[in-house]
Design a protein around this ligand. Structure first.
Ligand code: 5GP
Length: 195
């Protein structure tokens, strides 16, 4: 227990700013869950979580949706520098379920350039989903390269690199219960160490 406290404190020290506390995130997710419950009433939506960043958002969101629903996961890679997406997208783990005729809700951690979601939305439309909508916990509209907007959004965030609450840097920080901006020197120093 003591060890966990120390690890968490170290991660917190790597944050420049805490943007949203766990309590603020859960309050917003409760609102989104209530909204989605109303909008998908009478349907059995298939929620598609984009691995790995959306795992926490998805698990907290579905607990606040009081309608029958199903869950699936997809893993997508986008190549490029670790703190920037390159736009080259590829499916690493595909869905287990057939989406033909299903009302699909893509659940994503953060929309940045929008390239990942534009690709995924097209893939699902080509597989004849009845509808495809997007729920994103965070949105960085200032970085968009393609015109895509989440239908449901938790928070609009500034053009900075966010970690915590599922979002990682080099697989770390996902287990921070809050979300914040990572100090630039944390990734600058490790990027230069790897070049
Ligand atoms: P996009 O294709 O919209 O540029 O990028 C989407 C993906 O890039 C997200 O699912 C996430 O994995 C990653 N990403 C974009 N911005 C951030 C950020 O600020 N922090 C973290 N940790 N990942 C990000």
């Amino acid at each position: 227990m003591v060890g966990q406290g120390v690890a968490q404190r170290q991660m917190m020290e790597d944050l420049e700013t805490v943007l949203y506390t766990e309590e603020q995130i859960l309050t917003r997710i409760r609102e989104l869950g209530e909204q989605l419950t109303v909008e998908y009433r009478g349907k059995v939506p298939l929620l598609v979580g984009v691995l790995k960043g959306a795992v926490m958002f998805l698990s907290d969101l579905v607990k606040r949706m009081s309608i029958p629903l199903e869950i699936d996961f997809i893993a997508i890679s986008s190549y490029g520098l670790s703190t920037q997406s390159s736009g080259v997208v590829r499916i690493l783990k595909d869905l287990d379920r057939d989406v033909d005729g299903r009302h699909v809700l893509i659940v994503e951690d953060i929309v940045d350039s929008g390239l990942t979601l534009a690709y995924l939305r097209d893939v699902l439309a080509r597989r004849h989903a009845a509808s495809v909508r997007i729920a994103a916990l965070f949105d960085k509209p200032g970085r968009r390269q393609v015109p895509i907007r989440p239908d449901y959004c938790g928070f609009t965030v500034p053009n900075a690199f966010i970690v915590g609450y599922g979002l990682d840097y080099a697989e770390r920080y996902r287990n921070l219960p809050c979300a914040g901006i990572l100090k630039e020197d944390v990734y600058r120093s490790s990027e230069s160490a790897h070049t």
